[in-house]
Design a protein around this ligand. Structure first.
Ligand SMILES: [Ca+2]
Length: 355
């Protein structure tokens, strides 16, 4: 399920093609072999299997078609509704029929296969023109994927390609030109069913045995199971993150759970970056202050009122109340300076109270 820039919501289905819901007039349109280039399976041409929908930055909608009888693999509904849908066949290099999830980013469509690895299809931003397209196919044999059954792949905010497979989580290593396996903490894994990225580039990992959260340095900082959280079931099938509220919606075998991560949409104006709690009361020394709505690439520096640098926060959005040397700061007023990726900046104050 995905929303396109016009506000339409697109649903994929196992056997029923693709459905579009337009919230403006509450209309539903179903696309099947009768009114679109989507095609059914050989055993039943009316049975159109589409496992996912991806919407790219231009608003093009991409549908992976499972085992279509005419050997079509991917169908694209261009952002401009007047343009005819474009079909990518096996002749376009997409030889494998069992397509699972797709992910669109920067002119590439990444395709996960059940049992056949992962394809990076570079359509080069031009949907109608196939002459400029390039395809790279990754497998366990040639590129060290943990397993050729790939259930989800995506590109994170740093441009790194991730794959969730039946045998674990893989990260693409550009220097090496191959994937390497990222160890999952107990009891997560082994199968990774879904991956989602939040506004701070944390990776949320849905597995057959719990949900994990990994920070932007690839360290697992949280593991959620029925033993330590209110998650409905340890078998986690799918994830969606609401970028506005930071809520992580967790689809499990026994129901839907919602986790309030508190990681909301990044501030467009850096003066909207607010530290909390403020005043920042330090009692045990383990307290954390968070800069809410800090954009991922922004950096924070904390100063005394005399202008002396106390701490640079180069990754993440949190401060533990300590100096560069690891000492807890004294009670008092501190200034913070936020600098965005393109040089814009803002300043504010934090009151620290030591108890
Ligand atoms: Ca192209």
């Amino acid at each position: 399920m995905e929303r396109d820039p016009q506000g339409n919501i697109w649903f994929s289905s196992w056997g029923g093609g693709v459905t579009k819901f337009d919230p403006d007039d509450s209309s539903w349109v179903r696309y099947t072999e009768k009114n679109s280039p989507l095609r059914g399976i050989a055993a039943d041409p009316d049975y159109v299997v589409v496992n996912d929908v991806a919407v790219d930055e231009m608003g093009n909608r991409w549908f992976p078609v499972w085992d279509a009888l005419d050997l079509s693999r991917v169908v694209c509904s261009p952002a401009d509704e007047e343009t005819a849908w474009v079909v990518y066949h096996d002749q376009d290099g997409l030889e494998f029929p069992f397509l699972e999830k797709v992910f669109a980013r920067d002119g590439h469509l990444y395709i996960c296969y059940r049992g056949m690895g992962l394809t990076d299809y570079d359509y080069n931003w031009t949907v109608e023109n196939k002459v400029d397209d390039r395809l790279t196919h990754y497998t366990s044999k040639d590129h060290h994927l943990s397993n050729n059954a790939v259930w989800r792949c995506l590109v994170d905010k740093d441009g790194t390609l991730w794959a969730g497979t039946s045998s674990g989580l893989d990260k693409f290593d550009l220097d090496w030109g191959r994937f390497r396996s990222v160890p999952l903490p107990d009891p997560l894994g082994p199968q990774v069913n879904d991956i989602a990225v939040d506004e701070r580039n944390n990776k949320w990992i849905a597995t057959a045995n719990g949900l994990g959260m990994m920070n932007s340095k690839d360290e697992f900082v949280a593991v959620f199971t029925t033993f330590n959280s209110k998650i409905c079931d340890n078998y986690v099938r799918g994830l969606k993150i609401d970028g506005r509220t930071g809520d992580v919606w967790v689809g499990t075998e026994s129901g839907l759970s919602r986790f309030e991560s508190g990681i909301g949409a990044p501030a467009e104006d850096l003066s909207d970056v607010v530290p909390f709690p403020n005043p920042f009361i330090i009692e045990k020394g383990s307290e954390i202050l968070t800069f809410d709505r800090l954009p991922y690439q922004a950096r924070v520096r904390i100063f005394t009122v005399a202008g002396e640098l106390v701490k640079k926060i180069t990754s993440g959005s949190q401060w533990n109340g300590r100096t560069e040397g690891g000492e807890l700061v004294a009670s008092g007023i501190y200034l913070f300076h936020v600098q965005g990726a393109s040089g814009e900046s803002a300043v504010g104050k934090i009151a620290v109270i030591r108890k």
